[in-house]
Design a protein around this ligand. Structure first.
Ligand code: ADP
Ligand code: MG
Length: 307
């Protein structure tokens, strides 16, 4: 069975700049897939190649088995793209732009109930006759999403849909994409919000400087981080920390000692024993697993800061 998206040895050069260098992976059908990476990693370039908006210098991309160049029409029909940039023709109203888009994909009146359902789900009912130029950024974002879904594509790609939107809309979009996923759509999400990828995505690819640096299930990626944290609430915080533990101290403030433990090398039993020997007592202890953010930083060397 063909993958939802097949990316094969894709290179993209802009002059001397190598935006993508041999990117190669598949996105399985029905997957909620996260494409992460710092600014300039090549995420939007890859998505624009999928959409047929940018031509790869080398390599091929297929959507649901259709080559984006040889079979561009079928490939384009299989894909709904929510672009990163808010670009619109400002002369149309919301429902006009959706009908136009629907017509572009060969649909007629029979698609009107779906357009209305989209307007309703995205809370745009009362904006249907509003001109696009009069909408706020958040509302425009919703229209872009409706536009991407107007032809019911099996694969939906969202390029940083929640960058710069308020918390309420972000939550609404999370729910919306999750519902699409439940209905069987393949979802590809690029995001600057690690917690978004962490809560939504099943599989994650990390791009860095045009190359794939990780491709794994979320669970496996999280397990890759060799460290975990041990939090201890000390009852006698003035007692000196033994020198053997000094290099494991992540932070120590207000009686809360946080030790960074190597998953294999540092045994919790031995750590607690050396605390006891040093007469350090504690009233509470808990361990904390690494976040996707930690994994991201260790793989790209960059913090994944939200804008
Ligand atoms: N049209 C273009 N012309 C020249 N360089 C570009 C163009 N589009 C993107 N780039 C460059 O390609 C690299 C990847 O950009 P992009 O795909 O937008 O990254 P991301 O979406 O991961 O932030 C960046 O260095 C960017 O400046
Ligand atoms: Mg981008």
């Amino acid at each position: 069975m063909a993958a939802a998206v097949n990316i094969s040895q894709v290179h993209k050069d802009y002059g001397t700049l190598h935006a993508l260098r041999g990117v190669d992976f598949d996105i399985p059908k029905g997957c909620f897939f996260g494409l992460l990476g710092p600014n300039g990693a090549g995420k939007s370039t890859l998505i624009n190649i999928m959409a047929g908006l940018v031509r790869a210098t080398q390599g091929t991309v297929q959507i649901q088995g259709y080559d984006v160049r040889q079979q561009w029409r079928q490939a384009r029909h299989s894909l709904g793209i929510v672009p990163q940039e808010l670009a619109f023709d400002p002369f149309f109203t919301v429902s006009e732009i959706l009908r136009l888009q629907s017509g572009y994909f060969g649909h007629g009146r029979e698609n009107q109930p779906w357009i209305e359902e989209l307007l309703h789900t995205l809370n745009l009912d009362d904006k249907a006759n509003t001109n696009l130029r009069e909408l706020s950024g958040g509302m425009k974002r919703r229209v872009l999403i409706a536009q991407a879904l107007v032809h019911k594509p099996p694969v939906v790609v969202l390029d940083e849909p929640t960058a710069g939107v308020d918390v309420e809309l972000r939550k609404a979009l999370w729910k919306f994409t999750n519902d699409l996923h439940q209905k069987g759509h393949t979802i590809v999400l690029t995001t600057h919000y690690i917690e978004e990828a962490e809560s939504l995505c099943e599989q994650i690819a990390i791009l860095n400087q045009g190359q794939l640096v990780a491709l794994d299930s979320k669970t496996a990626l999280l397990a890759r981080r060799p460290y975990r944290l041990l939090h201890l609430t000390l009852t006698n915080p003035d007692t000196p920390i033994p020198s053997a533990l000094q290099d494991k101290v992540q932070s120590f403030a207000d009686g809360e000692l946080i030790l960074r433990l190597h998953r294999d090398e540092d045994k919790i039993g031995a750590i607690l024993e050396s605390l006891r020997t040093a007469h350090i007592q504690f009233s509470d202890l808990r361990t904390q697993e690494p976040s996707l953010e930690d994994v991201f930083i260790s793989l790209t060397g960059k913090a994944h800061d939200p804008r």
